[in-house]
Ligand binder design. Structure first.
Ligand code: GLU
Length: 467
């Protein structure tokens, strides 16, 4: 059997990290077993499923590096097929037309509740002679739920889960306007797409029991199910806005790398020994459903930030530079020309050591593209005392005489200058850093000067020395 999994999101306008994690698990499971991962857009709610909402999904998945192995299926295009299955069940006597009016259903619910029973449909049209059917009255189609026994699922994460069939009522599969309901659409699509494993959030567990009725009535094999515990907030409550970011786009804007978000989401609720940082290849090699835990996982934003830092340090300098240049182009007063790009790229090894997100990285690189006069933060201003400015004027002359302007030369000049002036190296380097960056923090001073280049360094020193 070739494994075929799917991710079946409803376009809501955002890709929630819970869904992104389900997508990742489906993707990795298929890859691990040499199977296929498919995408189905559950877009039957035509009002919500705008092109924009679909784009958000596709963009989010592409950014996460989760690609479908076949053309995506749009559920809304398959409504005729869904209805056809309902009609087949009708013909085979496994479903029936229900002519209940809204008032009758309301009364049914109220009576059930008054008698302390759960409000279920009482099956009033189940065994009635179709000849009794009122003329020209709208009807729904209901499936005949099994009344005895129980339905047992061997869930690959939750283990054995059972429900007494008496708990389930004859659910509607076609609405009065002839449109199929969600439960029917999912089953027909999963069957037609030859899905072997349905991996989704455990909020779908009750749906699964209802869907099982349709599989059984059609005589179709059930796929294997794996219901994933949901992601909770750090306090154990359902993850919500007040906990922090929840959607893939938010994390992207906050400067997370897709590898880091993937790595974090994978580890959230799945484990393999103490493996923490895993490449995509390792993820595919190691992922299986037996490593998925049964209890809800708690979102740990600090850990995600840490993992992002690790991935940033491993990331390619040119790629980080591209991202930083994009972010810098949104900032005021920062040049993003080719010369600036070259500076950022040159300093990237030092910059990426110090930043945990791409936003921090861009902030820390911005000084390279600002024009004179720089603005100085409080610490830098404190360093730029009149004595230090005078010292910098002399240091500027020494650096100006340096040829070539290279790492060893800069280092030797600074050391010699410190010695001659009976200063500790830091007492020279810190004011210098303040003068050329506007702040008290940057990568190593030699690298910082090299990235700026001689002319810019001398101009920045002169600007503070002359003030
Ligand atoms: N469309 C459903 C959702 O977004 C998922 C259905 C499924 O995975 O079966 O929650």
């Amino acid at each position: 059997m070739t494994v075929r999994t799917r991710f079946a999101p409803s376009p809501t306008g955002l890709l929630h990290i819970g869904n992104a994690r389900a997508a990742l698990f489906n993707f990795l499971y298929a890859r691990h077993h040499g199977g296929k991962f498919l995408l189905r857009v559950e877009d039957t709610d035509r009002e919500r499923s705008t092109q924009k909402a679909v784009d958000v999904l596709f963009d989010g998945l592409a950014w996460m590096g989760i690609q479908s192995d076949e053309e995506p299926v749009f559920q809304s295009t398959r409504q005729e097929r869904h209805a056809q299955v309902a009609h087949e069940l009708l013909e085979r006597g496994l479903a029936y037309r229900c002519y209940c009016t809204a008032e009758e259903l309301k009364e049914m619910r109220e009576t059930a509740m008054a008698e302390g029973r759960p409000p279920r449909y009482n099956g009033m049209w189940r065994d009635r002679d179709p000849a009794d059917a009122p003329k020209d009255t709208p009807h729904t189609v209901r499936i005949k739920a099994p009344r005895e026994g129980e339905t047992v699922l061997h869930d690959l994460v939750q283990g054995e889960v059972r429900v007494a069939n008496a708990e389930m009522d004859d659910m509607i599969i076609l609405r009065a306007d002839g449109t199929p309901v969600y439960q029917l659409a999912v089953v027909v699509d999963d069957h037609d797409m030859d899905i072997t494993h349905v991996i989704r959030g455990d909020d779908h567990l009750t749906n699964t029991f209802r869907q099982a009725m349709i599989y059984r009535a059609m005589g179709w094999d059930l796929p294997k199910f794996a219901h994933l515990p949901l992601i909770h907030g750090p306090d154990g409550a359902k993850l919500s806005k007040r906990h922090g970011a929840q959607s893939v786009v938010e994390f992207r804007e906050m400067g997370y790398l897709p590898e880091a978000l993937n790595n974090y989401l994978l580890r959230l609720g799945w484990g393999h020994g103490d493996a923490e940082i895993l490449s995509r290849e390792e993820q595919i090699r190691l992922f299986d459903l037996d490593g998925v835990g049964r209890s809800p996982s708690r979102m740990d934003y600090a850990k995600l930030l840490h993992i992002n830092g690790v991935w940033m340090r491993q990331a390619d300098d040119a790629r980080l530079t591209d991202d930083v240049m994009d972010r810098l182009s949104q900032m005021d007063g920062v040049s993003t020309d080719e010369a600036m790009r070259a500076r950022v790229l040159r300093l990237m090894p030092g910059l990426k050591e110090r930043a945990k997100t791409l936003v921090e990285l861009a902030d820390s690189a911005a000084f390279l593209g600002r024009s004179i006069p720089l603005s100085f933060d409080a610490k830098a201003q404190k360093l730029l005392t009149p004595e230090n400015r005078a010292m910098l004027a002399r240091l500027g002359a020494a650096l100006g005489a340096l040829a070539p302007f290279d790492g060893p030369g800069i280092d030797a000049t600074l050391r010699q200058f410190a010695e001659e002036n009976e200063l500790k190296l830091g007492k020279v380097a810190q004011p210098l850093r303040a003068a050329v960056t506007g702040s008290s923090m940057s990568p190593g001073i030699d690298d910082t000067l090299l990235a700026l280049g001689r002319d810019e360094v001398l101009a920045r020193i002169k600007a503070v020395a002359d003030e």
